[in-house]
Design a binder for this molecule. Structure first.
Ligand code: SF4
Length: 450
């Protein structure tokens, strides 16, 4: 199985110019191409492993938004003058992880609170040809554009989610395109959600991302592990353009050791905290829960300052469904709204040795987070783990003890990771030097002492 990527042609030289910008020298041609720095950046990512979608994703990580058509124009024009070439890149071996497969519960969360796109031309053409028929059967589509542009400089089209949720999401949280035309009727991004696929120079990894609000139920329900064949079929079904690529140089060996530590531990969070900050702890007489509360609330205030600037977050907060509801509760906690339910923190069961639903959900979420290399979306391992643990603190604060709260717990934890899907939200947290390690240290003291 392979995918289409781009690479710089053999012998092409990209040279910086003294007066700024770059020139590209193509071998066997006296042509010299002048490029300003903004056009060079994507070029440096064209390494034969990335599709245009992956290059866009990577720029998004660093907060740079390049309209897809612009990137495709740069690549097409450089390919036409012999600077770049298209290559069929084989997928690396699929590394299988023993997890239950994903069974969608149709909670609608994947269709709320984000822009779905850039959409592929073939999906747009196909759906436009169906709109007349769809509007006859689904009055909520009448007078509404199925696709929109999300910014004036980006001519790419996205599903119309101006209300905070996708236009095709019906009142029963089902997808109209799926109910009318099957899974293929949806954009490939929707067919892929909530799966995350990463390539890291060693293997291809596929699993259910921590942003799915219901997958934890497969774990709580102790669903059987999916077969290797099941994951291979899932991998082949996914659009070859959709994956995250982390070059081997970015991989820090300690992360796979950490994953092993978490998998072998009854309490994965405790094992992770110990490995990441155990050796950095200094003696302290501080009132741990009080210090934890102030550190956590300080970071949540920074996150809320970022979230409230996002028009999509404001829109989805007016929608119905489990994700909008959990997001409202998270934001109310961050704003210290007086009526927010605040629950005492202990989670360990009275019966030593019995792994509670929450510890099961936590171990699973942490393992998925590590296995799918989601730590690489953060500045470093401490930053990633501090954000993960702050999400745990929020879930502990919002969810009542006992089985009834276990369901909420899994949903709040996933909602937390949805709220951090944008790079600015992640960068808003633990931005000061040492903040992440301090918070992890305090949390380790709390977790150990509870
Ligand atoms: S097309 Fe369907 S699955 Fe995709 S976001 Fe819209 S409602 Fe959800």
């Amino acid at each position: 199985m392979s995918r289409v990527c781009y690479r710089v042609c053999q012998g092409v030289r990209i040279e910086p110019k003294a007066e700024g910008g770059h020139r590209i020298v193509v071998p066997g041609s006296d042509r010299v191409i002048q490029l300003d720095s903004s056009a060079v950046a994507p070029l440096l990512m064209v390494d034969g492993w990335r599709s245009t979608d992956e290059i866009l994703f990577r720029f998004g990580l660093s907060g740079v938004s390049i309209p897809q058509p612009t990137l495709e124009n740069i690549i097409r024009s450089l390919a036409s003058v012999g600077v770049l070439e298209e290559v069929e890149t084989e997928w690396l071996d699929l590394e299988i992880f023993p997890w239950p497969e994903h069974l969608c519960e149709g909670c609608g969360a994947s269709c709320q609170g984000h822009w779905v796109g850039p959409l592929q031309p073939e999906f747009i053409a196909r759906t436009l040809s169906r709109m007349e028929g769809l509007r006859k059967k689904h009055p909520q589509l009448v007078g509404k554009k199925p696709f929109v542009r999300v910014s004036p400089e980006d001519s790419a089209l996205y599903l119309n989610s101006q209300s905070g949720q996708c236009l095709f999401l019906d009142d029963r949280m089902g997808c109209i395109l799926h109910s009318e035309f099957g899974a293929e009727g949806k954009p490939t991004i929707c067919q892929k959600f909530p799966h995350v696929r990463v390539e890291d120079g060693h293997s291809t990894r596929l699993g259910v991302g921590v942003q799915c609000l219901k997958h934890f139920k497969q774990v709580l329900g102790r669903q059987p592990v999916a077969s290797e064949r099941c994951w291979r079929v899932q991998n082949e079904k996914l659009d070859g353009r959709l994956y995250q690529y982390f070059p081997p140089r970015e991989l820090v060996g300690s992360q796979d050791d950490l994953l092993q530590t978490v998998l072998e531990a009854e309490d994965g969070v405790f094992a992770m905290l110990h490995q990441v900050v155990g050796s950095k702890l200094r003696p302290s007489r501080a009132d741990v829960p009080r210090r934890l509360e102030s550190q956590a609330m300080d970071q949540l205030a920074r996150l809320e300052a970022d979230l409230r600037e996002d028009p999509m977050v404001r829109s989805v907060s007016t929608c119905t469904g489990v994700y909008p509801e959990r997001l409202r509760a998270l934001r109310a906690l961050a704003r210290k709204d007086p009526f927010t339910q605040r629950v005492p923190l202990p989670v360990k069961s009275a019966e030593p040795g019995r792994t509670t639903g929450r510890v099961l959900v936590l171990n699973d979420a942490l393992a998925r987070f590590l296995f799918l290399r989601q730590t690489l979306l953060y500045s470093d391992l401490e930053h990633a783990m501090a954000c993960f643990v702050l999400g745990l603190w929020v879930a502990l604060r919002l969810c009542p003890p006992g089985e009834e709260g276990d369901e909420q717990f899994g949903e709040v934890l996933a909602t937390w990771h949805r709220a951090l899907q944008g790079p600015s939200a992640r960068q808003a947290l633990f931005a000061e030097q040492g903040d992440a390690v301090r918070f992890l240290g305090t949390f380790l003291r709390f977790w150990r002492g509870r």
